[in-house]
Write a protein that binds this ligand. Structure first.
Ligand code: ZN
Length: 238
């Protein structure tokens, strides 16, 4: 399976705290543990030509992982449209943390995707609300993160096809932090944790969820649907 990890890679260049936590960039950390599974994992970043997402790259990508935050506006409209189209054609998409506000996710959801947020070094407990789902496999009742950014409801998304995690925060808010959506022939998994100033992507349970999410999002030869005017299969009105 070909996995492409996309990251805007800006905080890593400007904030020494982030650079220390993720010396290879957030994309490097994500690619590192995804390679533990038998995938061909490559990375792409905002400042590369075409953001590293050429037609060739998109065409050969089975699952795209997306992390973005401060530079969503710099993603070219044309590239975001191409990514959306590839998802509708069957590419899997795993959307992480602040990529809730990415052009790609907003286009696929059709809503504003806004939410409540706060940076206060508070505890997050992600409760598994669908223990039978392949994405929550290997995870216990909950995942606890000592320090994370808070995201709170209301999260402006359409009702998810499946809700997998519900987060509780020390300050009292809750958030739908793991959710799946089907769009066209493609599968989308949104997973909340991963604020850049915390070592969240070094957490083994968080890594497990993302690894599971990548496997789940891959298209397993879904047949191309037949549409349009169609001849009857049986004789009509005989
Ligand atoms: Zn954040």
């Amino acid at each position: 399976m070909n996995v492409t990890v996309w990251n805007e890679n800006r905080h890593e260049k400007t904030n020494p705290v982030v650079a220390e936590i993720y010396p290879e960039g957030i994309h490097g950390a994500l690619a590192g543990f995804l390679r533990e599974d038998d995938h061909n994992v490559t990375t792409a970043t905002l400042d590369e030509p075409e953001h590293g997402l050429t037609d060739e790259v998109l065409e050969s990508t089975d699952v795209l992982v997306w992390w973005g935050h401060k530079a969503h506006d710099e993603v070219k409209e044309e590239i975001a449209e191409k990514v959306k189209q590839r998802v509708l054609d069957g590419m899997g998409l795993v959307v992480l943390h602040s990529a809730h506000f990415s052009k790609v996710f907003q286009k696929l959801m059709g809503t504003g995707c806004d939410l409540k947020w706060r940076e206060a070094d508070e505890k997050e407990r992600l409760w598994v609300v669908d223990p039978t789902h392949p994405i929550t496999e290997g995870i216990g009742e909950y995942i606890e993160l000592e320090k994370e950014e808070m995201y709170g409801e209301h999260f402006d998304i359409p009702a998810p096809d499946e809700l997998l995690f519900l987060s509780w925060f020390e300050g009292g808010e809750v958030f739908r932090s793991g959710a799946t959506f089907k769009r066209g022939r493609g599968k989308v998994f949104y997973f909340r944790p991963g604020h850049e100033t915390y070592p969240t992507y070094h957490n083994k349970e968080i890594q497990q969820v993302i690894r599971n999410g990548v496997k789940w999002a891959a298209n397993t030869n879904t047949p191309q649907p037949v549409r349009g005017n169609h001849q009857p299969l049986e004789k009509i009105g005989e």
